[in-house]
Design a protein around this ligand. Structure first.
Ligand code: PMP
Length: 398
């Protein structure tokens, strides 16, 4: 009997280039084994490199102690979690957010994938800028959507609004914006977001069909130099704001996030109801009960952003002194330096030989760069610097 165990749908997901490349990179670099090696300097993922704080652990421990018989019952979005999330978001994004327009999700992943399915039908187009977070394409393809990619402006990595306008068609349903940006560290200025909003408003009117903006902003509390973050939601009411607690708390394995709908979006109820239905039908994509009970306490905690900024400054200064070209990120926990040779994958492989693990720009569809994650400790950063220097020297003649 001619048969294949894997559906065409699964194959289409597995064949997504950035997805395939990511898992091939992890396998070939032996990442899972090597990252535990004390001789290795790991700057690959936004994972913690130190034990969680006692405040974080106590918040979870307390949330695990049942206060009533429904403590561990099926949970959708818990009101106390929604209220705490709305109150905290009001301080980050200057809009009168309310609990009734928040839906708790399994991290940013859950909020993004459900948002895509709620507003777009198979065949609809989703536009985003390169370099992107490497999982947008897999999420889009899984939802049956067609990814349309435009390059960000180089070397600033600002949004290229003309390029975005040029790719909008009658099938465009979603534009994804990620600020502060992974991997470039850019925080888009309000003028750009306002101009993008105007562009989307005009295109929606022309199409006779609303274009939604997914604002992927898990790093909206991780900005440096006292800068103020601005969300696209301030400028475009048809924004689906997707947040993850995985960055602010540096605990991405705990799968906690939410969707927030701006107060100015008209007729949001059908969208919110559809969001819940898709969450259920896609496999009960709500955070577990303990995480939801913990939200009010977790909203009071954060990684030490000032210390992250100190690590950024040390790393950027040292790399520049060596001769690397690297912008100083305005937010997130990533540096995105230029590879000293055009073949970033070869350069990253050379660094790996020296015990330094980073990600090639190829994984972000932007060859010629590489990504360094700043969640490593200052001691790891210091100890890695001579290896960055030797790797650079080895690319220079004589
Ligand atoms: N968007 C971006 C830009 C990210 O960097 C990440 C995590 N790396 C996510 C979404 C997903 O976040 P989470 O894993 O916490 O759901």
């Amino acid at each position: 009997m001619p048969d294949q165990p894997v559906s065409d749908r699964s194959r289409r997901i597995q064949d997504v280039t950035p997805f395939r490349k990511l898992f091939a990179f992890l396998r070939h670099s032996g990442y899972d084994k090597r990252r535990l090696d004390p001789e290795v300097f790991d700057f690959t993922f936004g994972d913690p490199h130190e034990m969680a704080t006692s405040e974080y652990v106590e918040a979870l421990r307390d949330a695990a102690l049942p206060q009533d018989e429904l403590w561990f019952a099926y949970k959708q979005s818990e009101l106390a979690a929604q209220e705490a999330a709305a109150a905290a978001l009001r301080k980050v994004v200057d809009l009168p957010w309310t609990a009734d327009r928040i839906r708790m999700s399994t991290g940013g992943f859950g909020a993004i994938t459900v948002s895509m399915k709620v507003v777009a039908d198979p065949g609809d187009e989703v536009v985003y800028s390169l370099p992107p977070w490497f999982l947008y394409e897999a999420l889009a393809v899984e939802a049956g959507l067609v990814p349309i990619k435009v390059n960000a402006l180089q070397p600033s990595f600002d949004l290229d609004l003309e390029a975005i306008a040029a790719v909008i068609t009658a099938r465009t349903r979603i534009v994804i914006v990620n600020s502060p940006n992974n991997p470039t560290g850019r925080v888009y200025p309000p003028e750009t977001l306002r101009a993008l909003a105007d562009l989307l408003e005009e295109a929606s009117a022309r199409n006779g069909r609303r274009i939604y903006l997914i604002s992927d902003e898990p790093y909206n509390r991780i900005v440096f130099d006292g800068a103020t973050f601005h969300s696209p939601a301030e400028f475009y009411p048809w924004t689906l704001l997707c947040y993850s607690y995985g960055k602010t708390l540096l605990a991405p394995g705990q799968r906690l996030g939410y969707l927030a709908i701006p107060p100015a979006m008209p007729d949001a109820d059908p969208l919110l109801e559809a969001f819940e239905s898709v969450q259920i039908a896609a496999g009960w994509l709500f955070p577990n009960a303990v995480m939801q009970h913990a939200v009010p306490r977790l909203e009071e905690l954060s990684i030490d952003v000032a210390h992250l900024q100190t690590k950024r400054d040390r790393f950027v200064t040292a790399l520049r002194e060596m001769g690397y070209t690297v912008a100083s990120p305005e937010g997130t926990f990533y540096l995105f330096p230029k590879s000293p040779i055009p073949d970033d994958e070869a350069f990253v492989a050379d660094l790996a030989q020296r015990g330094v693990l980073v990600m090639p720009g190829a994984l972000f569809e932007t060859p010629g760069y590489f990504r360094i994650c700043l969640t490593a400790t200052m001691a790891t950063i210091e100890a890695s610097l001579p290896h960055f220097e030797e790797a650079l020297r080895s690319t220079q003649p004589g």
